[in-house]
Design a protein around this ligand. Structure first.
Ligand code: URA
Length: 252
């Protein structure tokens, strides 16, 4: 079966999970329905993902996605952004607290580190598209205070969100796909993928002509001191310099 046919089969399964919801105020009505009713009602949202030919149309459709329950606690769907003909696509895990509020991927501290590294690696932002494997913020309340604590998405949530990423790949057609961190790498490259052992290497994958993975920029921010943070940032920039070379090689 060709990639397109395989993708369509997978998407038909996903379409069954999807519902067409209304805007803002309808969120409350839908919240009162059971998860399965919300998922079962309508099926058009992800169908649009199968057919839409622009990132703008996909983003509009994804705003109503209820393919998993994360839409109930996230403020909004955070769709990918960047050049729709980008040569390089970066894929992270899920939006964080700031991204959830801003409605934009990599808009917070991890995004600042990512965009700094992109610039230091000599990659032109006009060549870049950034997105996540999960498009809603998953969080739990802090024991004290109002902080929203990031929670790792489950396999079922990643799986439910996958048609959107497949649709982004279909529209953008990046030459190089870069997984940021273990969640993105393992969900796209297989559960046994080890970012610490395989970072920076090219991986065989039908997702793009060149596929690789590196650390998530948030891991750099968790470094215990300045010295190790600088060292980790240098290594991250080194991986992105390889990405820039891959992209140049594809263009040659
Ligand atoms: N971490 C991610 O993986 N994605 C974002 O958009 C922000 C933080």
């Amino acid at each position: 079966m060709g990639d397109t046919a395989k993708g369509a089969c997978a998407h038909n399964r996903y379409a069954k999970l999807c519902s067409k919801g209304g805007e803002g105020s309808l969120k409350k009505q839908a919240l009162s329905k059971s998860g399965s009713t919300a998922r079962a009602e309508g099926m058009s949202t992800i169908r649009i993902a199968l057919t839409a030919n622009s990132i703008a149309a996909l983003r509009r459709a994804a705003a109503d996605c209820k393919a998993c329950d994360l839409w109930k606690t996230g403020t909004q769907t955070v769709f990918g952004e960047g050049a729709s003909n980008a040569r390089i696509m970066f894929v992270g895990e899920q939006p964080g607290d700031q991204e959830d509020r801003a409605g934009r991927p990599f808009a917070g501290p991890a995004g600042k580190a990512l965009h700094q590294a992109i610039a230091e690696a000599g990659i032109d932002e006009a060549e870049v598209y950034v997105t996540n494997v999960v498009k809603h913020f998953k969080w739990s309340p802090a024991e004290r205070g109002k902080r929203r604590i990031h929670k790792k998405p489950r396999y079922s949530e990643i799986h439910a969100c996958r048609p959107w990423l497949d649709a982004e790949l279909r529209v953008v057609k990046p030459q190089v796909l870069v997984c940021l961190g273990a969640t993105a790498a393992q969900s796209l490259l297989g559960r046994t993928f080890s970012v610490s052992r395989q970072r920076g290497q090219l991986v065989e994958s039908p997702l793009a002509p060149m596929v690789t993975a590196t650390v998530h920029p948030s891991s750099i921010l968790r470094a215990p001191d300045d010295e190790s943070r600088h060292a980790q940032m240098r290594a991250f920039v080194g991986d992105l310099q390889k990405v820039a070379q891959f992209a140049r090689r594809r263009a040659a």
